[in-house]
Design a protein around this ligand. Structure first.
Ligand code: G
Ligand code: G
Ligand code: MN
Ligand code: NA
Length: 245
């Protein structure tokens, strides 16, 4: 089998697994949500990270069935979490373009038993291109789902999409988080812009306590990174779904 066929089989045979990384409230030291991050339990090569198969999935269009599986699986997992933390799921541009995408999201929520208000969909700047996407995002919002811009600041797009696309959350790429302790004017400007647009800010890739302190002082309420937890399988969330310290 070639790599595409192997991935296709993996989706059908449930060789994919979801890991979850906590998103924490920096003030309360408590889990606010989890981001679902897909892995592939390859029968021969072991556990593969998304970097080893998401690009292939995007090139071949397999990202559509893969993403559908992720959404359904994650909604089912999240419905059982104690304390009702929210669920954040990455969505590729090709998924947004599917005519039935909004219905698929609604079905995943209904079948999994998850309230729409607990779902955040993460899209990248590069998938925000036209009227079609804007319409899809509006429809998702009408379902009660919230929307996040992922890896903010790393795309090549202008900021004009912030006017055209309804957004709730801005995930600040870890390349900016790294400068948190250096009195970075760029990071301050990103936070100020996010705040003035009424967006929830989530700096990613927080690894040091000093970074968390600096980001909280800047006005970020939430954060994500290895300091608080690495992505782990759903079974290992028991306990941390309620509280981290
Ligand atoms: O887990 P890790 O940090 O290696 O993830 C690397 C990248 O893979 C991230 O940019 C993330 O957005 C992407 N990714 C992880 N899971 C999914 C998924 O379910 N769907 C899509 N489209 N991308 C994902
Ligand atoms: O692109 P996206 O933000 O969806 O993917 C998150 C990726 O960042 C995952 O692959 C995750 O494993 C990785 N990640 C999460 N926290 C940290 C961190 O603190 N440091 C580093 N280097 N990577 C992280
Ligand atoms: Mn993400
Ligand atoms: Na990101």
């Amino acid at each position: 089998l070639d790599r595409r066929e192997q991935l296709e089989r993996a989706i059908e045979n449930e060789e994919l697994v979801l890991h979850y990384q906590p998103i924490v409230d920096l003030d309360l030291g408590r889990v606010a949500g989890f981001e679902a991050l897909v892995r592939w339990e390859h029968p021969a090569r072991g556990l593969l990270g998304p970097g080893e198969f998401i690009p292939l999935a995007e090139e071949t269009g397999l990202i559509v069935p893969l993403g559908r599986w992720v959404l359904r699986e994650a909604a089912r997992d999240a419905a059982r979490w104690a304390g009702a933390p929210y669920l954040s799921v990455n969505v590729a541009g090709a998924q947004l373009e599917q005519p039935g995408f909004v219905e698929e999201v609604a079905c995943a929520l209904a079948d999994g038993g998850l309230d729409a208000a607990r779902l955040v969909l993460e899209v990248t700047e590069s998938s925000l291109v036209g009227d079609l996407e804007a319409e899809r995002l509006q429809a998702l919002r009408r379902l009660g789902v919230r929307l996040a811009i992922d890896d903010f600041g790393t795309g090549y797009s202008s900021l004009s999409y912030l006017r055209r696309f309804p957004m709730d959350v801005l995930k600040i790429d870890r390349s900016f988080t790294r400068d948190a302790c250096d009195d970075s004017g760029l990071l301050q400007a990103i936070v100020a812009m996010g705040e003035s647009l009424g967006l929830v800010l989530i700096p990613e890739g927080i690894e040091e306590p000093e970074q968390a302190d600096a980001l909280r002082a800047l006005g970020c309420r939430l954060g994500q990174g290895y300091l608080f937890g690495r992505p782990v399988p759903a079974e290992e969330l028991v306990g941390i779904a309620v509280r981290v310290s």
